[in-house]
Ligand binder design. Structure first.
Ligand SMILES: O=C[C@H](O)COP(=O)(O)O
Length: 266
């Protein structure tokens, strides 16, 4: 198996801002412009920067990114499991691909909680994304009761198994996984770096079992849950954490820039 330190170096860090239900298309353009103005080529060489606006802002972000040749990537927060048809309110992978989306979230805990998405639906969404060459950011994580019972590893591994049913090794190599303990999302309760590492390492080991050690070493695994500039450095120092999926802190340009420059944070 590859030396873990070497393997982490080979995985480009990814900082993704999940804007959730924030930013209309005017606000989205303004925020992307601020990020583009503040970040430099060195930042983009070191870190992949991605924003995940609401659907209604995607076209505006696409136009800005393409027109000004920005190095900021973008994607959506959800994708339909269906290709087309009578599914009112749904957005297909084909539609997202047409908008140039590189990424899409699948199985965010807020979708699981408020829209009853189970592992089968998440699996269908992961496969719908891959079918259109969009990289799914597969979100996994335990609630507080599971954490209190000490079953966070078994819980997230079961979610991983369910979400990757019929996903090929070639697809898995392009996958991004985001470990987001539900109790740490938007609460200010950040998992300790050791908490994040424990589950991210277990997820990587399971990818090795499901596919191969090489695929496990290539797959980027993010941590998400109250990530801010004052806690990101410790999290990013962990051997199996390759980036962050950031909610609240990604809505402010200055804070987002600090997250991208995690190496400079104390
Ligand atoms: O997708 C992002 C996560 O839900 C984390 O959100 P948060 O940074 O506001 O806690």
């Amino acid at each position: 198996m590859a030396n873990p330190a070497t393997a982490k170096t080979a995985r480009k860090p990814l900082i993704a801002g999940n804007w959730k239900l924030h930013n209309n298309h005017f606000e989205a353009i303004a925020l992307v412009q601020k990020l583009a103005f503040a970040l430099n080529d060195g930042d983009f060489d070191a870190v992949e920067v991605v924003v995940l606006p609401p659907f209604t802002s995607l076209r505006s972000v696409q136009t800005l990114v393409d027109g000004d040749k920005l190095k900021i990537g973008y994607g959506a927060q959800d994708v339909s499991q269906h290709e087309k048809g009578a599914y009112t309110g749904e957005i297909s992978g084909a539609m997202l691909a047409k908008l140039g989306c590189s990424y899409v979230l699948a199985g965010h805990s807020e979708r699981r909680q408020y829209h009853n998405e189970d592992d089968a639906v998440v699996n269908a969404k992961v496969r719908a994304a891959f079918a259109r060459d969009i990289t799914p950011i597969l979100c996994l994580g335990e609630g507080l009761e599971v954490r209190k019972a000490g079953e966070q590893v078994a819980h997230t591994l079961a979610q991983l198994d369910g979400a990757l049913k019929d996903v090929t090794e070639e697809q898995a190599r392009r996958l991004v996984v985001a470990y987001e303990p539900v109790w740490a999302i938007g609460t200010g309760e950040v998992a300790t770096p050791a908490d994040a590492q424990e589950v991210c390492a277990a997820l990587r080991a399971r990818l090795g079992e499901l596919y191969s050690p090489e695929t496990a070493q290539e797959t980027r695994i993010l941590y998400g849950g109250s990530v801010k500039s004052d806690n990101i450095a410790g999290i990013m120092a962990q051997g199996d954490v390759d980036g962050a999926l950031v909610g609240g802190a990604s809505l402010k340009a200055e804070e987002f820039v600090k997250l991208v420059r995690f190496g400079e944070q104390a």
